[in-house]
Design a protein. Structure first.
Length: 273
């Protein structure tokens, strides 16, 4: 059995299928870990959701910002963007089944030395604490009042973590860190606007994974979200968003030996995405 961690798919089904062929995916034996953003901007969000859902226990996916966006739009609390490619999902006969499945996916997946999250972890969170916080969001998203939770999800404030946070503010910071963050301060204040390479960090901010004293360094964090960062593989980090939806490549790493697999995605690039 092998486990393959796969970068942001974003509805790019054909590159995903070619990537699975490239490493000889065996559904009966292998496991797939997806870093989130299964949907949006690519051409085949509906088929991608169906494929991953159909894998059952053979796949794990954490929730990304585009996955949250789909849920919010479906709940009537998210504004559709011109570059969205979600209409097929929203009109699908199995829409409610797919959305319910997506709502029940984790924010954070931890197994042994590995911790998978879509965007990142604040520097003061160790893995055990991050798991507890992730479960708070998961409970809200899976509960009967999930639509009300999504109605209060959007916003950039508060921009930093405090144990004293409660209610919607607390959950919003957790989601913003795990699904949106790129840069933050040592104290854990999040910067929401800069999307460029690490050298473009605003004064006083670091790429979240390079903050001094980061408490999650005892695990290898697997993440995506940051296409302008590109593929970044090091002992404590597997950053796997290699820009498939932008015409880059879709990347996978076999966790047992950290072997890299990639497939080109030029055909998937959506004009204006």
């Amino acid at each position: 059995m092998a486990t393959y961690a796969i970068g942001d798919v974003q509805g790019c089904l054909d590159p995903l299928r070619r990537l699975l062929d490239a490493f000889g995916f065996d559904r009966a034996r292998d496991r797939l870990w997806f870093v989130g953003d299964l949907v949006n901007r690519g051409p085949d969000s509906l088929a991608t959701l169906r494929l991953v859902k159909d894998l059952g226990d053979g796949a794990v996916t954490v929730l990304g910002n585009h996955d949250f966006h789909l849920l919010a739009v479906a709940a009537g609390h998210g504004k559709k963007h011109r570059s969205d490619t979600l209409d097929e999902v929203l009109a699908a006969p199995d829409r409610e089944e797919l959305l319910a499945w997506l709502r029940h996916q984790p924010m954070l997946h931890v197994q042994g030395e590995w911790a998978m999250v879509h965007a990142g972890l604040l520097p003061q969170w160790n893995i055990a604490q991050a798991q507890i916080l992730a479960r708070e969001v998961e409970a809200a998203l899976r509960g009967a009042n999930w639509r009300e939770f999504l109605a209060k999800l959007y916003g950039d404030t508060p921009d930093s973590w405090s144990e004293g946070l409660r209610g919607a503010d607390r959950l919003r910071v957790i989601v913003n860190a795990m699904a949106r963050m790129r840069f933050c301060t040592v104290e854990g204040a999040i910067e929401f606007h800069t999307k460029g390479e690490t050298a473009k960090a605003p004064p006083g901010f670091f790429p979240w994974f390079d903050t001094p004293g980061r408490a999650s360094r005892d695990h290898t964090v697997i993440c995506g979200h940051w296409s302008t960062l590109g593929l970044k593989l090091r002992p404590d980090l597997l950053a796997l968003d290699s820009g498939c939806v932008w015409g880059g490549s879709l990347s996978a790493v076999r966790l047992e030996d950290r072997k890299l697999f990639q497939t080109p995605c030029a055909q998937c690039q959506v004009p204006g995405a």
